[in-house]
Design a protein around this ligand. Sequence first.
Ligand SMILES: [Zn+2]
Length: 843
Amino acid sequence: MRHLLGLLSCILLISSTVLSQAPKTSSPADIYHSIEKLNFLGTALYIAAHPDDENTRLISYLSNNVKARTGYLSLTRGDGGQNLIGTELRELLGVLRTQELLAARRVDGGEQLFTRANDFGYSKHPKETLEIWNKEAILGDVVRAIRKFKPDIIINRFDHRTPGSTHGHHTSSAMLSVEAFDLANDTNAYPEQLSATNPWQPKRLFFNTSWWFYGSEENFKKADKTNLLQMDVGVYYPMLGKSNNEIASLASSQHLCQGFGRLTTRGSENEYIELLKGDLPNDKSNIFDGIDTSWSRVKGGKEVGDILYKVENNFNFKDPTVHLPELAKAYGLIQKIPDTHWKNRKTQELVAIMTAIMGLHLEATTKTPSSTPGETVSIDLEALNRSAFKVILKSVRINEEKVSTTPITLHNNNAYKNGVNFNIPTNTSFTSPYWLLEKGDLGIYKVKDKELIGLPETPRAFTVNFTIELAGETIPISRPVRYKYARPDKGELYQPFEILPQATAKFKDKVLIFADAAPKRIPVTIKAHKDSIKGSIALTFGAGWQIDKSQQEFFIAKKDDEQTVYFTLTPPATENETFITPILKLNGQEIKKELVTIAYDHIPTQTVLLPSEAKVVRLNIEKAGENIGYIMGAGDEVPTSLAQIGYNVQLIDPASITAESLSKYDAVVMGIRAYNVVDELEFKQRFILEYVKNGGTVIVQYNTASRWRDQFEKIAPYELTISRDRVTNENSEVKIIAKNHSLVNFPNKITTDDFNGWVQERGLYFPNEWSPEFTPILEMSDQGEKSTKGSLLIAPYGKGNYIYTGLSFFRELPVGVPGAYKLFSNLLSVGKDKVVSKEKIKG
Ligand SMILES: [Zn+2]
């Protein structure tokens, strides 16, 4: 039941603002649209792998034109991608993208589902994907999603028959969908799920094809379309004042962290789906043709339909309140429907419609964004009926606790208001995404409470239950407790109300590199989440490391204030790595969490509690040169990493570049995709190459092949062709082919051991052709593929050196991979060996 409450917000959708947390308001046209959907008893589920894979045109069409309940099952939360709007990566990016999907669904009218699969990065083949994900477990999650959502039709985004032609996650999503279609109704499959849900047989399975899958529009025109259904998804909805495509592009534009803001196409547009399983509909423009989607499909539903079809056919747009007695009667009949799936679903829809008709505003808000277990929080309750229809507020409860049980008549436009002091039970769970509570595996999250699997979000800790009486029917309506406030520049705002520990602690740096035996002073920042906290902090660390203080006391007077304490950590003499964790002790409680807040305008603010830790690495690393200039591209943390091993790193403003201005640097490094995103480089490239000619070192990290070729005559001083070659297995074998080159000898001797412990991938967008001036240093390949020598290329130019590398230093350095540091140090030191040896001779 509590899972269903979250769905309520999706129902009256079109009028909702993109500001996700604001109370919804509905026009009579919106209400009519919702009644049409109430009277359609059919369900569709769209299945793919990532946030942004979904075809919002089709989801919006199914939801708004067909009026079906429509879900998008994204197998992953998109943790493995990149972030164009902020610094969140990995699991935090997954939290952001989860919210972007929910924002998209609020626009297109769909609902959002997930599995536990983790987006571990690019995968070339579904075989690899399914091994890493744990196929049995993720297949089980797809089966569970089908059993719970009960779709009549399923549509796959990707083709299950063409492994290797796209991302392995994509093909896997389709393969799992095909298998799950046959398993969901089999009581022998995943029987442990059947205590909470029942078997279900979807009727049809489709693949959402297009001309693209046929190679060309020409081929597609000629193709046999016997098994294809065709729908015009370019329809205009006069009732909503929008076309389907306008809704769809607004929905997909919610994927802001992926840069998906896009133009809208208008006018007629066809969408094709190919039948994979089930019977072919007679009407090939109607995906539900032959499936009963009327109220008669449900036992006890015919009587409900008799009432509700009449309301739909005679809808009074001037005064929809005239329908309330009939709607209340339908509500009573729906409560008698034995099929709980339909009963719960349609109850939620109908209650949303009735509250919209009355303009019934129910809310429970706090004046603070968070509190801690055991504290008392004041909650403001408001119930306002904005119609002449008689409504009685019978009772109000916060969770199970009674607030008011005296019936009160809600007179037209006169609010019931009540301020309540609510004691937060000491055993209340902290607010955090449920799938991140425990450290997961590379391919799958750990979720202890199986009932949560598939949900987009953790259910809110506190809901207020208003029970109203309307035309003789008693109707419970729930609202989550939210934080309400105003900002002078933004107006009224709502955000989730959170339960936090009394304090959290975090390290400034997630990885600390000790390039020699010198101790480092490590700041740890403690943040108070209530007034007047007093306790101690200690660090845990591994054998061989030493710390100056076993623990320190702290006191913080005010909630939200911070205090930074310092520990001095001395590394062991030899190479070593370990994790350090701050442990806060407060009133006998131990807290090892850090708090991360994710705040953007297009999503509700998210708080994430993560295990607080930092990786500390003792390296024996040599380097030559001091001053590094860094030209930031799409955004990476390489400058911070280089500063950690003692380089003086300066970020260079591209506008300021001259041949002269670069001459002070021992090396200049281009951030990832710099030539793709920094337009000014078009005019500055000649200075960069001149700097090399005069004796400098330039290191260019990966760029994608698509954009720079038009803009830049030359990314390199010699011919260099960037391809889509990549090596995605981070453990794949690496051969050093230029064994005597200084890049693998000075100042650090690089061996194949230095390629151990890499994460996510070896590298991407390697060049596949280059002029003879370049020396390839390494050779590598993914299993069963042609090997590539393009991952690290160096060419002398004038008195200097030009290096191009697609190796994923931007992933390896921030997580403290020792070999990546040594190799990058060698890249920065190239050409300095002669200078150093001279000094050595002198000394
Ligand atoms: Zn994808």
